[in-house]
Design a protein around this ligand. Sequence first.
Ligand SMILES: NCc1[nH]cc(CCC(=O)O)c1CC(=O)O
Length: 332
Amino acid sequence: MTADATDAPPLTGNDARTIRIGTRASLLARTQTDIVASALTDAGATVEVVTISTDGDRSQAAGTPIAMDGVGVFVTALRDALLADEIDVAVHSYKDLPTAAVPGLTLAAVPAREDPRDALVARDGMVLGELPPGAVVGTGSPRRVAQIRALGLGLELVPIRGNVDTRIAKVTRGELDGVVLARAGLARLGRVGEVTEVLDPLQVLPAPAQGALACECRSEDAALEHLLRTTLHDEGVAVAVAAERAVLSALGSPCSAPIGALAEVVEDLDDDGHVVVRLSLRAVATTADGALVRGSATGETEDAEQIGRALAEELLADGAEPTGPSGPAPAS
Ligand SMILES: NCc1[nH]cc(CCC(=O)O)c1CC(=O)O
């Protein structure tokens, strides 16, 4: 045992130290944080939720243009609070995390994932194929725009910003015919009943890590890292997300890039009829003129990142455009 582990106040029990969990102010962020807080409470820990206002929340409130959503803008304030010892755990939407690691911080747990697919909320219960040509659909994500445009439905795709409530209200009020959102966000907010179509990943692949959460702590906080891992970590999700994010980083892209990727850990039979666990990955990127390039790969779960990188190389060979490490594109 290290001096830390024996001398530091325990994380569970009567004389436990309080674990401060940082969250953004939005309802979705607080809901996601509550998932982590409940799991830790159930494990016998004492937790306190600390709300951190991010630049993203502030610019959203001020109504600044969509292009102001920079890379990781929702993430930086939480990470700063962690490094400043103002909080002990940060709960992120994994898809909003930049691919680069942060010195001093450890991704301690990747909890069970919500359904990662995108969803349409449209007027009159319509699916994409029922919307008339010229119908106006809100999505600020270049990834969603590229893939929906490729369906050739003649829809007009317009940028939209704001939280889930604001976006859906534009449909309810008749300002838009539909909006495309992550199904996971709607599910966590208990609003999945408003979804009129869950988009098939064969047509619209979600953002890498969509629907997954990431629990981060200070690297020196080994006891907390252990508690997070043992109470919340799902290795199958972590493996799938690692493959998806490897596609993204191999394409040199920010988390806002027009890159879709979805991996699943699936059971297969080998030649002798034995059940083997394999990783199945699909990805999509765009060419310089906005056309789609798709690909898929399977392999061993322990090779997740390698499989993702190799698939990215294939997409590049097929004409996918590498995007820079930073850019002004809106988060997806
Ligand atoms: N881009 C912002 C964002 N980050 C995470 C979610 C939803 C939850 C998730 O995808 O895990 C959303 C909203 C959306 O894309 O509709």
